[in-house]
Structures are given as structure tokens and as C-alpha cells.
Design a binder for this molecule. Structure first.
Ligand SMILES: CSC[C@@H](O)[C@@H](O)C(=O)COP(=O)(O)O
Length: 349
């Protein structure tokens, strides 16, 4: 089983990102030579998905420090704050961004001022990247095995947004569970919500699953209740952008509705995310900053005006699913069933 497409690549002295705005029509890589270009690529959704944002930001730190050392030599550490802040301000909800920046900052503090930091920081960014792929493969196994215990095999699942190799260092979170579940004949079919307004499901998940030969049916988000009523879907499986200490999980807008629908239909709900997505400093999902993007993402599709001009539009791009609607949170450190603060603390400290 492949780890899927390689969407984030370090090439000798720069970062290359597969431009996810153009998929599936065009496969074009854009070059980031500076941390500022990396921050823009994150804001503009060239790269998206919580773990992928964290990995890209780590490479952005490499570029920031390399350039500061080239220009300012031994005082490089005093010249990187603006670049690191720009990366931190690129998107607000996915905590993987801040987790990766903190990890890079800890290494920066430990490096001597006289040393060119590029090699050490690049190694750390590559570690973050590779560890994410390893975590995804482990979560894929843990999540699919949990699913296998719950129902007659094989069955369909429904997923939301894109959680595959495009959204991560590689392989995927929820999509990693799907890849493992398909390989082991636990899952035989995937319903992919199209995921308005940015269409991550239609453009990215359908593309990734087709490339791997995994049977996928695309549906409008509003078809989910009708699909669940048919009876062949046994699990909803999604990723997360931030999970709080009590087990609430922020993910792409529309995830919360799926969780409510799943509970009504007796379908189980699984959140798959590495421990870098868990924010134990926040006590509940009410405290997660929810990104709002431009009205144009709702009033237009790929530049075509859908609504009347100037209509007011609200575009929150994440929502929070309360822990009580979640049957399992799968991390690389283990599984939390029916999450509570006590169970989250026991597993993730
Ligand atoms: C492994 S990805 C988990 C989440 O990051 C994913 O479901 C999601 O909501 C992505 O949102 P996006 O706005 O596309 O960055």
C-alpha cells in the first residue's frame, strides 16, 4: 500500500509544495525559497491539513534561520522573530502549526550562536515530517482494528474533508485508517463528503482514493443523513485540527453535523489525529480559535459568482464536535474510547 502522493518535498535548498488549489486538474509544485513564501502558501491553502501545515511551517523555520544566518551571522537568533510570527499567524486553528514551531524553537535555543543552524534545523524538520508518516501508519492500523471489532465485515465508511497524504506528512489520518481498512478487507467502500466550500472531499479525497483504487462515492454534504439511513455505513471517520483536554475535536466545518447524524442513526464516530493535534492546555473546544475565511469562498466557486453580488455570507471553516458524540479518538500513542478529561490525561498527559 502506497503512502500516497508526496505533496511536501525539501529539494536541496528550498521547499516544494504541491499546489492543492489546482488539484485534481493540474499537478503543479510551487517553490518556497523563504519563510515568508511558506507562510503565504499556508494562508492561501497551497498546503492545508493540520499535520501538513505543521510540517511545512517546520521547513519554513529552516528557511528563516538560514537566511538570518547568511545575513547577520552570529546574531541570527535575534533576527528571526518576525519570520516566526508570520508563520504562526498563517492559520489559527490547527495546533500542529504551533506545536511544530515550538519544537523548532526549542532546538534553536539549544544551538550555539556561532553555528550555521541550517543542517541541524533541517534534520529536525525532516524528523517532524517522517515521524508524522510513522504516526499515521500506526493510527491506520489501530483505527482499522478497532473498526473490525464492531460490525460484520466489510462495510462502508463516510469521511469528511481531506485527511490523506495531502493533509499530512504522508499516508493520512482518517484516510490512513481507510487505507489500512481497505487493505485488510475491513472497509470495502468510502462515501466522501464533497466538503463545501473548498471542496477538499470532491477535489482531494476522491482523487487520492481513486489513485489507490479504493472504491469511493462522492456525495453532497447534505446527503449524509440519507446515506446513513441506508444502513451500509458503520463508521464516520474524520481527522482533527485541534483536540482539547476534555476530548472535544475541531475539524472541517460540517464535521459536527456528521457526528449528530451518526448518533441518531446508531453509527460510530472516530476521530484520528496524531498527538501533535492534541492541545492539553485548552480545557474545552469552546476555547479553540475558529478560523473564518472570506465570503467569496461561499459566494463563488473557482471564480464563478453563484450568489447575488454583495450578499452577506458567513464562512467559519471549522466546527467543534463535543466529546460526548465521539466514540473513539485514535492517536499514535493509543486509543481513547468515549473521551473524557481523565481518559485524555491518562493517555496524553
Ligand atoms: C489530517 S487532516 C485533519 C484536518 O486538518 C482536516 O480534516 C481539515 O479540517 C483540514 O482543513 P483545511 O482547511 O483543508 O486545512
Amino acid at each position: 500500500m502506497s503512502s500516497g502522493v508526496e505533496a511536501i518535498k525539501w529539494e536541496s535548498d528550498h521547499l516544494e509544495l504541491l499546489d492543492q488549489r489546482l488539484l485534481p486538474g493540474q499537478e503543479v509544485f510551487i517553490t518556497c525559497n523563504t519563510s515568508s513564501e511558506t507562510a503565504s502558501a499556508i494562508t492561501e491553502m497551497v498546503v492545508r491539513g493540520a499535520p501538513a501545515i505543521g510540517v511545512s511551517a517546520a521547513y519554513g523555520v529552516v528557511l528563516a534561520c538560514r537566511d538570518a544566518y547568511d545575513e547577520y551571522s552570529v546574531s541570527w537568533k535575534t533576527k528571526i522573530d518576525a519570520a516566526l510570527n508570520e508563520l504562526a499567524n498563517s492559520r489559527p486553528t490547527a495546533v500542529n502549526l504551533f506545536w511544530a514551531l515550538d519544537r523548532m524553537k526549542r532546538l534553536i535555543e539549544s544551538l550555539p550562536d556561532q553555528q550555521n543552524p541550517t543542517v541541524a534545523l533541517l534534520n529536525e524538520a525532516k524528523n517532524i515530517h517522517n515521524e508524522d508518516v510513522d504516526a499515521n501508519k500506526l493510527m491506520g492500523k489501530l483505527g482499522a482494528e478497532l473498526m473490525a471489532e464492531s460490525a460484520d465485515l466489510p462495510f462502508s465508511v463516510i469521511t469528511h474533508c481531506n485527511t490523506g497524504s495531502l493533509a499530512t506528512g504522508g499516508y493520512g489520518t482518517a484516510l490512513g485508517v481507510i487505507r489500512h481498512g481497505w487493505k485488510h478487507r475491513i472497509i470495502n467502500h468510502v462515501y466522501a463528503d464533497e466538503t463545501r466550500p473548498w471542496l477538499q472531499g470532491a477535489r482531494l479525497t476522491a482523487w487520492e482514493l481513486q489513485r489507490d483504487g479504493i472504491p469511493v462515492t462522492l456525495n453532497a454534504d447534505s446527503a449524509a443523513a440519507h446515506i446513513m439511513k441506508q444502513g451500509d455505513v458503520k463508521w464516520v471517520v474524520v481527522g482533527a485540527d485541534r483536540i482539547t483536554a476534555n476530548g472535544d475535536a475541531a475539524n472541517k466545518i460540517g464535521t459536527y453535523s456528521l457526528a449528530v447524524l451518526a448518533r441518531y442513526h446508531g453509527i460510530k464516530f472516530m476521530v484520528v489525529a496524531p498527538s501533535s493535534t492534541v492541545d492539553m492546555s485548552l480545557s474545552s473546544g469552546d476555547l479553540i480559535p475558529i478560523e473564518e475565511r472570506t465570503a467569496e469562498e461561499v459566494t463563488t466557486i473557482q471564480g464563478i459568482q453563484l450568489s447575488p453580488e454583495q450578499v452577506d455570507a458567513f464562512n467559519p471553516v471549522f466546527d467543534v464536535t463535543p466529546a460526548e458524540l465521539i466514540d473513539a479518538i485514535v492517536t499514535e500513542q493509543g486509543v481513547v474510547l468515549k473521551p473524557t478529561l481523565e481518559k485524555m490525561k491518562a493517555l496524553l498527559g
